[in-house]
Ligand binder design. Structure first.
Ligand code: F6P
Length: 472
């Protein structure tokens, strides 16, 4: 019976050691719920790193057995691999380059070698469990070389790849010394999905200019094999967020949070700690808003949640310090005894708390400098059961292509951000409801299940076309 193998750097769960026992808890991110319906079925499996360096062979065996019960298999990384492959090449080379932060990018042959080595490790783990009729779905920028590595071992196997972050323009991508190898790695896939049309276009342009394969409507011929690329924006599990928003736990928390915050309008900001998210720029815009519209002082507060992430990487450490300083400065300047402008949390929250914040927020401020998609804005919309609330969204987020009923801003334009905050806080309810209704309709239809089905349909079509050409 052919199976589906999902492969990503992180498994949908993280291993935690508690009282000498290994416990699992969900990793952050929306992928796990979306792919739950796939990997939990039959003999399907999800392969990835369990998020901890595990040294002892006996511990590895225990973790492997535990994960197996839930259709998962671990790829263990050593401490050095975590530093060089994950924190290093993935997050200090590819991440900044793909997000147009080239001034932060590190170009280091040692890190590149570690990336090749760990991608090979993933490919070997896939080979241990794969059969030629299986389907393999590889995810994201940490594993760009894996498709071709698997292709060499299984020339006809079905391989899909999805990139969850932006694919940069040729002018950024060409800066990478290993640009051609990275593209050839990706082209081992049969079908490649991107969040937006522009990401796909950038990819095709780099393939054409650096690897010499032209395309017609996303279709290429690579070593006599048809390869297809397309834009497939990822959705959320809409029903999960909508039903969480009416759950009794959420409602209890909302009452508690409201009582603590007092009678203010709430502006919500939720991100992983990342310089691509535009957090300092957002804080400065809120500061400017309070300067320009003093009548709003003590009538509006920001709840800013920053979820710790990649905190061993230098640029993330620096960003954390910058945010701490800015929040301190702004609160120091404007606070009153009975009012705090910014409530800042450097931690993650459970879903019911997030849902309570989504319900309470008058405005969600989602202003990344660059973001592949951004799911927070979609979760906010799905949680708005009364359809009241306004989304301010950066044009640089993939989600902006779908959510044109938000207030779209350029995150570099402070004036525009300040005015957007004012417009959002004073928007008539009828207009809020009209905008929210249209965004909800679209997110309900193009949900995560739709995305998964579309991906497998596209991959199936490419395989069928390859077969029909072989038989001609
Ligand atoms: O946005 C890309 C992504 O890899 C997501 O898939 C993931 O949720 C997030 O970044 C966090 O990544 P990390 O594995 O580095 O914590």
């Amino acid at each position: 019976m052919p199976k589906t193998i999902i492969v990503s750097n992180r498994l949908p769960v993280k291993i935690k050691v508690e009282k000498n026992e290994f416990k699992t808890r969900p990793s952050e991110g929306g992928l796990a719920t979306g792919l739950g319906s796939i990997y939990k079925k039959g003999n399907n499996i999800w392969l990835g790193w369990p998020g901890q360096p595990i040294k002892k062979e006996s511990d590895k065996a225990k973790i492997t057995a535990q994960l197996k019960k839930d259709n998962m298999a671990p790829v263990f990384l050593t401490q050095t691999e975590i530093e060089e492959f994950y924190e290093g090449f993935s997050n200090e080379t590819l991440w900044p380059n793909f997000h147009y932060f080239n001034q932060f990018a590190v170009y280091n042959t040692g890190l590149w070698k570690a990336y090749q080595k760990v991608n090979r490790k993933f490919a070997k783990e896939i080979a241990k469990i794969a059969s030629p009729n299986d389907t393999i779905w590889i995810h994201d920028y940490q594993l760009l070389l894996v498709p071709q590595m698997v292709r060499e071992m299984f020339p006809r196997i079905s391989i899909g790849f999805f990139l969850h972050i932006p694919f940069p323009s040729f002018e950024s991508f060409r800066l990478l010394p290993w640009r051609r190898e990275l593209l050839l790695g990706m082209l081992g896939s049969d079908f490649l999905g991107f969040h937006t049309y522009d990401d796909m276009r950038h990819f095709l342009s780099s393939v054409n200019r650096l690897a010499g394969f032209g395309n017609s409507n996303g279709k290429m011929t690579v070593n006599n094999r048809i390869v297809m690329a397309d834009a497939l924006p990822m959705g959320i599990d809409y029903d999960k967020y909508a039903s969480e928003a009416s759950h009794p736990d959420t409602l209890t928390k909302e009452v508690k949070f409201r009582a603590s915050l007092g009678d203010v309008k709430l502006v919500l900001s939720i991100d992983r700690l990342d310089y691509s998210k535009g957090i300092p720029q957002r804080l400065r815009a809120f500061e400017m808003f309070l300067e320009r519209y003093p009548e709003w002082r003590d009538k509006v507060s920001v709840v800013m949640i920053v979820v710790p992430s990649r905190d061993q990487v230098e640029m993330y450490k620096q960003l954390k310090e910058e945010i701490d300083l800015l929040v301190g400065r702004i609160n120091g300047k404007f606070s009153r005894l009975a009012w705090t402008p910014i409530h800042y949390f450097y931690r993650s929250f459970e879903l019911s708390s997030l849902s309570a914040f989504y319900r309470m927020a008058h405005v969600a401020l989602v202003t990344p400098m660059r973001d592949g998609m951004n799911l927070v804005c979609k979760e906010f919309i799905a949680s708005k059961l009364d359809k009241k609330g306004v989304l301010i969204l950066s044009e640089m987020a993939g989600a902006s292509k779908e959510l044109s009923d938000s207030i779209l801003i350029n995150p570099n334009d402070m004036e525009e951000q300040v005015e957007a905050i004012h417009q959002a806080l004073t928007m008539p309810e009828a207009e809020q409801i009209t905008r929210m209704t249209s965004m909800q309709e679209s997110l309900k239809r193009y949900n995560i299940h739709h995305w998964v089905n579309l991906f497998f349909d596209r991959l199936g079509l490419v395989k069928a076309e390859q077969k029909s050409l072989e038989t001609k």
